[in-house]
Design a protein around this ligand. Structure first.
Ligand SMILES: [Zn+2]
Length: 418
């Protein structure tokens, strides 16, 4: 590709950008703090309407696709494959104002600014609010990006239900979408997808600089470990005769965290849920079932960590005369993002006077799924205190503005080639 010759940072409307982030944060705001915009809910619909209004106000061609992703488009003068930017509109329960929202609002701002300042692009340029990424209402992580990348599972809309028993298909019908058409949301005409996102960790804030270019997204493995002991009377059974499943699970949880610490950053392992049976105050637990989420961007190290978790769990079980079963619930390998798009983002950051940090993402993102449909790249801005998926999630306004200007600059190089 031939890069445009002017190497200047693209201007954006900073006040409009920050105001829109505040406005979007009102859609789904919870009285106790934090935000919840579950897929196809009234809060989600309200947020999508706002996004569509912004796209229309900018003069973009606006289209809602068959799963509800909202696209805004500038028809490039030379057509060809599409340059796209965006992120997801949904949130976790009690989430913050920037996870996903930043990439949506900044994407609209970047494309609108380019359109206003430089007119029609040579390439087709689109911004998108992706309908779902978090899996918080339905167990459908990356529903929107998977639809774009032709990764929906057959019958998924009928099979998947929320906590109230509502099927994904019925939820779609509720917002005027036809589940039978979901698979037609696929895009086979994308060239590039760029996502601006908050880091959701502390690296950029602690060590700088203010921008990161993501090279790899860590692979996630979810394990379910079931520990079997023996239920006994909490008063009558002597301590040295017990086969307490919960104590075994506890020792395993400590060992699992230690294994990740020993391996060193960015290895992580989290025991996030545990269920004990029979779960009575006066009964020694006969069964404990817990989940492990473990991630590493290096496939070999990730494999090692999973092996270590299995080995230490079996060792602890045998020392304590317990049974143990380990089941893999999910096994997503690490994903490398496009070096070409990474170079464009790096050049744009350098235009702002910043040599960005090359980094891996511990969190999953739409961009990883969209590597199946496009050359995908990601730009990170710092998260204050490394906090995310909580009401305190925040990024300094100057970093929000910087990230958006760098995004716009990268899109200019990609979509305004002469
Ligand atoms: Zn996100």
């Amino acid at each position: 590709m031939s890069a445009i010759t002017t190497r200047e940072l693209v201007e954006i409307d900073e006040r409009r950008l920050l105001r829109r982030l505040d406005d979007l944060a009102q859609r789904g705001a919870l009285p106790q703090g934090g935000i919840y915009r579950p897929l196809y809910s009234p809060q989600w619909t309200s947020a999508m309407e706002l996004v569509a209004t912004w796209m229309k106000d900018a003069g973009l061609l606006v289209r809602r696709d068959p799963v509800g992703n909202m696209w805004g488009r500038i028809e490039g003068s030379r057509g060809g494959r599409v340059i796209a930017t965006g992120s997801h509109i949904d949130t976790v329960r009690g989430g913050g104002a920037l996870d996903g929202a930043l990439g949506v609002v900044a994407g609209i701002e970047a494309v609108s600014s380019l359109w206003q300042r430089f007119g029609r692009s040579t390439r087709i340029l689109e911004c998108v609010a992706i309908c779902e990424e978090e899996g918080s209402r339905f167990n459908t992580n990356f529903w929107g990006a998977r639809a774009i990348a032709d990764r929906l599972e057959p019958g998924e809309a009928d099979r998947v239900r929320d906590a109230d028993g509502v099927s994904l298909g019925d939820a779609m019908r509720g917002v005027g979408l036809d589940p039978a058409a979901a698979a037609t949301a696929v895009r086979r005409d994308l060239d590039v997808f760029v996502e601006l996102h908050v880091e959701q960790g502390p690296i950029l804030e602690d060590h700088g600089p203010r921008l990161g270019v993501v090279t790899t997204i860590a692979g996630t493995a979810h394990l379910e470990i079931t520990v079997r002991g023996q239920p006994d009377h909490a008063g009558a059974m002597a301590m040295d005769r017990r086969r307490d499943a919960f104590l075994g699970a506890s020792a395993m949880a400590l060992g699992i965290a230690e294994a990740a610490v020993r391996m060193g950053h960015p290895a992580v392992a989290t025991v996030g849920t545990i269920v004990v049976e029979p779960s009575q105050v006066n009964v020694v637990p006969g069964l404990a079932k817990f989940t492990v989420d473990t991630r590493h961007p290096d496939p070999a190290r990730r494999g090692e960590l999973i092996t270590q978790i299995g080995d230490l769990s079996k060792k602890i079980a045998s020392e304590r005369n317990l049974g143990v079963e380990i089941k893999t619930l999910r096994d997503r390998p690490p994903v490398n993002l496009s070096p070409r798009v990474g170079d464009v983002l790096r050049r744009a950051a350098v235009t702002a006077g910043i040599e960005p940090r090359e980094m891996t993402s511990g969190a999953g993102h739409d961009a990883q799924v969209l590597t199946a449909a496009a050359n995908a790249g990601m730009l990170f801005v710092p998260s204050i205190g490394g906090r995310s998926h909580c009401p305190e999630e925040a990024t300094a306004a100057e970093d929000v503005v910087l990230g958006t200007r760098v995004l716009a600059t990268a899109l200019r190089e990609l979509a305004y080639q002469t």
